[in-house]
Design a protein around this ligand. Structure first.
Ligand SMILES: [Zn+2]
Ligand SMILES: [Zn+2]
Length: 164
Protein backbone atom coordinates (compact mmCIF):
# COMPACT_ATOMS: atom_id res chain seq x y z
CA UNK A 1 0.00 0.00 0.00
CA UNK A 2 2.74 2.42 1.03
CA UNK A 3 4.75 1.53 -2.08
CA UNK A 4 1.57 2.01 -4.07
CA UNK A 5 1.08 5.52 -2.75
CA UNK A 6 4.75 6.21 -3.48
CA UNK A 7 4.27 5.08 -7.09
CA UNK A 8 1.16 7.24 -7.31
CA UNK A 9 2.97 10.37 -6.10
CA UNK A 10 5.94 9.68 -8.34
CA UNK A 11 3.60 9.31 -11.31
CA UNK A 12 2.03 12.64 -10.36
CA UNK A 13 5.44 14.36 -10.49
CA UNK A 14 6.43 12.57 -13.71
CA UNK A 15 3.12 13.66 -15.27
CA UNK A 16 4.09 17.31 -14.86
CA UNK A 17 7.18 16.53 -16.94
CA UNK A 18 5.12 14.57 -19.47
CA UNK A 19 2.60 17.41 -19.71
CA UNK A 20 5.43 19.93 -20.24
CA UNK A 21 7.05 17.90 -23.05
CA UNK A 22 3.67 17.18 -24.65
CA UNK A 23 2.63 20.82 -24.48
CA UNK A 24 5.90 22.20 -25.84
CA UNK A 25 6.70 19.68 -28.54
CA UNK A 26 3.45 17.96 -29.44
CA UNK A 27 0.62 20.45 -28.81
CA UNK A 28 2.72 23.33 -30.11
CA UNK A 29 3.99 20.84 -32.71
CA UNK A 30 2.07 18.46 -34.92
CA UNK A 31 -1.09 18.49 -32.80
CA UNK A 32 -1.35 22.28 -32.91
CA UNK A 33 -4.57 21.95 -34.93
CA UNK A 34 -6.23 20.60 -31.76
CA UNK A 35 -4.49 22.82 -29.23
CA UNK A 36 -5.07 25.97 -31.30
CA UNK A 37 -8.66 26.04 -30.01
CA UNK A 38 -7.25 26.78 -26.56
CA UNK A 39 -5.16 29.70 -27.78
CA UNK A 40 -7.91 31.55 -29.63
CA UNK A 41 -10.72 33.52 -28.05
CA UNK A 42 -14.16 32.01 -28.39
CA UNK A 43 -17.40 31.63 -26.47
CA UNK A 44 -18.02 27.91 -26.84
CA UNK A 45 -18.33 25.71 -23.78
CA UNK A 46 -15.91 23.09 -25.10
CA UNK A 47 -12.74 23.25 -27.17
CA UNK A 48 -11.12 20.67 -29.43
CA UNK A 49 -8.28 20.89 -26.95
CA UNK A 50 -10.54 19.14 -24.39
CA UNK A 51 -9.94 15.92 -26.31
CA UNK A 52 -6.74 15.64 -24.31
CA UNK A 53 -8.81 14.98 -21.21
CA UNK A 54 -10.34 12.02 -23.01
CA UNK A 55 -6.86 10.87 -23.98
CA UNK A 56 -5.47 10.95 -20.43
CA UNK A 57 -8.75 9.54 -19.10
CA UNK A 58 -8.48 6.55 -21.43
CA UNK A 59 -4.82 6.10 -20.57
CA UNK A 60 -5.47 5.97 -16.83
CA UNK A 61 -8.45 3.67 -17.35
CA UNK A 62 -6.24 1.18 -19.19
CA UNK A 63 -3.77 1.25 -16.29
CA UNK A 64 -6.66 0.61 -13.89
CA UNK A 65 -8.04 -2.27 -15.97
CA UNK A 66 -4.72 -4.05 -16.41
CA UNK A 67 -3.47 -3.37 -12.91
CA UNK A 68 -6.47 -4.19 -10.74
CA UNK A 69 -6.74 -7.99 -10.70
CA UNK A 70 -4.77 -8.32 -8.50
CA UNK A 71 -3.81 -4.75 -7.73
CA UNK A 72 -0.26 -4.05 -8.88
CA UNK A 73 1.94 -1.08 -9.73
CA UNK A 74 -0.10 -0.28 -12.85
CA UNK A 75 -3.15 0.47 -10.72
CA UNK A 76 -1.14 3.10 -8.82
CA UNK A 77 0.23 4.62 -12.02
CA UNK A 78 -3.39 4.95 -13.16
CA UNK A 79 -4.24 6.60 -9.84
CA UNK A 80 -1.31 9.04 -10.26
CA UNK A 81 -2.46 10.03 -13.76
CA UNK A 82 -6.01 10.55 -12.48
CA UNK A 83 -4.80 12.64 -9.56
CA UNK A 84 -2.75 14.81 -11.92
CA UNK A 85 -5.73 15.15 -14.24
CA UNK A 86 -7.91 16.39 -11.38
CA UNK A 87 -5.25 18.85 -10.20
CA UNK A 88 -4.73 20.06 -13.77
CA UNK A 89 -8.44 20.57 -14.30
CA UNK A 90 -8.91 22.44 -11.01
CA UNK A 91 -5.93 24.70 -11.57
CA UNK A 92 -5.95 25.19 -15.33
CA UNK A 93 -9.64 25.10 -16.19
CA UNK A 94 -11.34 26.24 -13.00
CA UNK A 95 -8.82 28.52 -11.29
CA UNK A 96 -6.96 30.08 -14.24
CA UNK A 97 -9.51 30.06 -17.08
CA UNK A 98 -12.59 30.15 -14.82
CA UNK A 99 -14.63 27.79 -16.94
CA UNK A 100 -16.58 27.09 -13.78
CA UNK A 101 -16.88 30.00 -11.36
CA UNK A 102 -15.74 28.41 -8.16
CA UNK A 103 -12.78 30.34 -6.84
CA UNK A 104 -12.38 34.07 -6.27
CA UNK A 105 -9.09 35.92 -6.37
CA UNK A 106 -6.30 34.74 -4.14
CA UNK A 107 -3.42 36.18 -2.17
CA UNK A 108 -1.56 32.89 -2.28
CA UNK A 109 1.87 33.56 -3.83
CA UNK A 110 2.15 30.14 -5.49
CA UNK A 111 -1.29 30.33 -7.11
CA UNK A 112 -0.70 33.91 -8.24
CA UNK A 113 2.65 32.95 -9.78
CA UNK A 114 1.10 29.97 -11.50
CA UNK A 115 -1.69 32.12 -12.90
CA UNK A 116 0.76 34.72 -14.21
CA UNK A 117 3.00 32.13 -15.82
CA UNK A 118 0.09 30.59 -17.67
CA UNK A 119 -1.30 33.94 -18.77
CA UNK A 120 2.12 34.66 -20.27
CA UNK A 121 1.84 31.35 -22.10
CA UNK A 122 -1.43 32.56 -23.59
CA UNK A 123 -0.02 35.92 -24.59
CA UNK A 124 1.10 34.50 -27.91
CA UNK A 125 -1.82 33.23 -29.90
CA UNK A 126 0.35 31.41 -32.41
CA UNK A 127 2.11 28.08 -32.42
CA UNK A 128 5.59 29.48 -31.88
CA UNK A 129 7.39 31.77 -29.43
CA UNK A 130 5.35 30.86 -26.37
CA UNK A 131 6.78 30.07 -22.95
CA UNK A 132 5.78 28.53 -19.59
CA UNK A 133 4.55 25.18 -20.84
CA UNK A 134 4.37 23.55 -17.43
CA UNK A 135 1.37 23.73 -15.15
CA UNK A 136 2.26 23.13 -11.50
CA UNK A 137 5.96 23.92 -11.80
CA UNK A 138 6.48 27.66 -12.00
CA UNK A 139 9.69 29.46 -12.94
CA UNK A 140 11.21 31.38 -9.97
CA UNK A 141 10.84 34.79 -11.65
CA UNK A 142 7.05 34.47 -11.44
CA UNK A 143 7.32 33.74 -7.73
CA UNK A 144 9.26 36.96 -7.29
CA UNK A 145 6.67 38.92 -9.26
CA UNK A 146 3.76 37.36 -7.39
CA UNK A 147 5.45 37.90 -4.03
CA UNK A 148 5.92 41.59 -4.86
CA UNK A 149 2.26 42.01 -5.76
CA UNK A 150 0.96 40.21 -2.68
CA UNK A 151 3.26 42.26 -0.44
CA UNK A 152 2.04 45.52 -1.98
CA UNK A 153 -1.56 44.45 -1.51
CA UNK A 154 -0.89 43.66 2.12
CA UNK A 155 0.82 47.01 2.69
CA UNK A 156 -2.09 48.82 1.10
CA UNK A 157 -4.45 46.81 3.30
CA UNK A 158 -2.44 47.78 6.41
CA UNK A 159 -2.55 51.50 5.52
CA UNK A 160 -6.27 51.23 4.92
CA UNK A 161 -6.76 49.57 8.29
CA UNK A 162 -4.76 52.28 10.07
CA UNK A 163 -6.98 54.98 8.61
CA UNK A 164 -10.20 53.35 9.62
ZN1 LIG B 1 -0.29 26.12 -25.37
ZN1 LIG C 1 -4.64 27.63 -20.78
Amino acid sequence: MLTGIGIMLLTFVVMEGVAWVMHKYVLHGFLWFLHKSHHTRHNHVFELNDLFFAYYGTLSMLFFIFGSDPIDYRFWIGAGITLYGVAYFLIHDVFIHRRIKLFGSTSNVYLKALNMAHKVHHKTQGKHDSESFGMLWVAPRYFKLAYGIVKKQQERGAIYNQRT
